[in-house]
Design a protein around this ligand. Structure first.
Ligand SMILES: [Cu+2]
Length: 279
């Protein structure tokens, strides 16, 4: 009876509890591979748990203490002991092989799709086989995420006058996006669950991850490393749009940044002049 209930639970679980007891997925191939690997391990572990607990409960009930009955002892039964040692080892071997088979698809970025954006290559970041990707630099600081778009963003963001944004990252769909992750103060952790695993932003180091959004939409994430008293506010959004919308959005962002830096320059001049007048 108990086994039937647990088996029913396992059968229904993928539908009823999608992304509840398993990692979020659906936004990017790496997130999907993490999800399916997690599923395989979870269900194997669940089967082992049901078998072991079932045997235990059955034995407790069936062989409970009764007058004038002595339980049979199986200690020292070589066949049985070799059997369950080999079975446990085989399960671990299967899990290891499955993990190593799936790992490359989680770590290595694939090519952008034909309808994605055509982009440039660079040398030190994870690169898809075609070499074409979109680079976005993610910078964690207490307590906000900053994104700079385009090649060279990790070193020459200011001299190249690259467009940037805070909190919400805009990216095109079907395009391999490689993230270059840095921190300016303490350790933060970049994590948009539907778009893949989390990666730490460590001061003094550059870490990398990637995603390839499978459809448009907005994905929410949160800094996953306690980084100070404003940690809870350090949320992040990835807004996935069509490649055309992305190009338009980037051009608009450039224009806005340009006009604002013009205004800033003017304001600085005025303040400097006032200061000089005051002296
Ligand atoms: Cu944080």
């Amino acid at each position: 009876m108990l086994c039937a209930v647990l088996a029913g639970f396992l059968l229904l679980a993928p539908e009823a509890l999608a992304n509840f007891i398993t990692p979020k997925s659906g936004g990017s191939p790496n997130a999907n591979h993490i999800h399916s690997l997690y599923d395989i391990i979870l269900y194997l572990a669940a089967i082992v748990a049901v078998l072991v607990e079932g045997a235990l409960l059955y034995s407790v009930f069936r062989f409970r203490a009764r007058k004038s009955r002595v339980a049979a002892q199986i200690h020292g039964n070589t066949r049985l002991e070799i059997g369950w040692t080999v079975a446990a080892a085989m399960i671990l071997v299967v899990l290891t092989v499955v993990t190593f088979v799936k790992l490359p698809s989680i770590v290595n970025p694939p090519n952008s799709s034909a309808n994605g954006l055509v982009l440039s290559a660079s040398v030190n970041e994870p690169t898809p086989p075609s070499g074409k990707k979109l680079t976005v630099c993610v910078q964690g600081r207490q307590f906000i995420w900053r994104y700079v778009y385009g090649n060279g963003c990790d070193q020459h963001a200011f001299s190249l006058k690259l467009p940037y944004s805070y909190t919400t990252m805009v990216v095109p769909e079907h395009t391999t996006v490689v993230l270059t992750i840095q921190s300016t103060d303490v350790i933060h952790s970049w994590w948009i669950p539907s778009l893949g695993g989390k990666v730490d932003a460590v001061p003094g180091y550059t870490t990398y991850t990637w995603f390839k959004a499978l459809h448009t939409g907005t994905f929410r994430g949160q800094c996953a490393q306690l980084c100070g008293n404003g940690h809870a506010q350090m949320i992040a959004f990835v807004k996935v749009v069509t490649p055309w919308e992305y190009s338009t959005c980037l051009a608009r962002q450039n224009q806005l940044l340009c006009s604002q830096s013009g205004q800033l320059k003017q304001l600085r001049q005025e303040l400097t002049a006032l200061n000089l007048l005051g002296k």
